[in-house]
Ligand binder design. Sequence first.
Ligand SMILES: [Zn+2]
Length: 358
Amino acid sequence: MINKDRIVKTFCEISEIDSPSGEEDIIAEKLINLLKGFGLNVFKDDYGNVIANDGRDNPIMLSAHMDTVEPSRGVVPVVDGDKIVSEGNTIVGADAKCGIAAILEALESVKEDNNVTHPIEVVFTKEEEIALLGARNLDFSKIKSKEALVFDSEGPPNRIVSMSPTYVSFDISVKGIGAHAGVEPEKGLSAILIGSHIMSKMPQGRLDPHTTFNVGLVDGGTVRNAVPEDIIIKGEFRTSDDKIITDLKSNIKYAVTSTKKEFPEALIDLHLNTDFETYSVDSEDSTFIKVEKAIGEIGLKPVLKDSGAGTDGNIFRKNGIKAVVVGMGANHMHTLDEYVNISDLFNAAKVCEKFILK
Ligand SMILES: [Zn+2]
C-alpha cells in the first residue's frame, strides 16, 4: 500500500542529494541501487540517463527528471504540517524529485503487496532544466515503451497537461564600431542603438492566449565612455499555432534585415532554433484514457490544463511515445518558496500505482 511516511522519507532523502543540471551522477547512483532493489534491469545510457525495465515486452514508461534548478546545493528539507519546505536559501527540489519519489513509492508498494503489474520501464532523465537536453539525448534504441506517464507539473496529480507549446529561441549579435564617446563619437557605430532598433520591431509579452514572446537578456557595451561595439540579444517565443511560428520567425528576420539596411556598416547575425515542439492531448489519446482512469480510481477528477512550458514529454511525443504529463505535488517551482504538498505527493504515488497495476 502507498505509505505516506515512507514517501516523505524517500523524498527528503533524495532532496538532500545535490543534483543541479549536469551534476546528476550521485543521485543517479542512488536511484540505480533503489531500482535494482525492485528487481529491475537498470543501466545508464551513454548520456547518463537512468533506464530500468523488467524485461517484459510492451512496457509502459514512468518518468521524471533528476536535475534541479539552482540554488539547489545543500538542500535541507523540513516537514511542516502538510508541506515539505527547504530550510535556508535553496529550492527544495520538488521539481521533479516529487515525481521520482512517487514512482519509487509506487514500485515499492506493488512489490510489497505482490501485485501483478503491466510491463514497466522507468526513465530518470538528466538536464531537463537545460532545454530538455537529457531527453533529447536519450538512447531511444534502448526504450521499448510506446506510452509514458511523466511527472513534471505543478499541483496535484489529477492536473494533466493538455497542451505544451513549441519553443523557439533566438540569438542576435550585432557588431558596430567602437570609438571614444567624447573624442570621436562620429567614428563609432553604436551596437546598442542598433540593437534597440531591432528590439523595437519585435513584439513582447503575451500575444494571444497561446503565444508569448520575450527578450530576456541583452548584453552590450563595456564602459560608459565608449561607443559600444557589441551587443547580444537573447529571446524566445512559445506558441501552439504553426502559422504563428512562421509569422513570428518572419517578424524576427524582418527586424534584423530591415535594421541591417538602416546600418549597412554593422554586422548582424541571427540564430533561430526550435528547442522543442508543441503537442496536445485529446480525449481519444490512449495514454490519456489510462491516466484519466488511474486518477478516477483514487477518487479524483482529472483537470486538463494547458502549459506554457515544455517537459521531457515534448521530446517523448516527438519520438513516438505517447507521454502524458501530470502534477506531482510541487508548488512554486523554480523559486525559493518552492514546497511539496504532501497529500498531493501521496496521491501522485497512488495514481502512479493505479497506472501500472493490471
Ligand atoms: Zn521539471
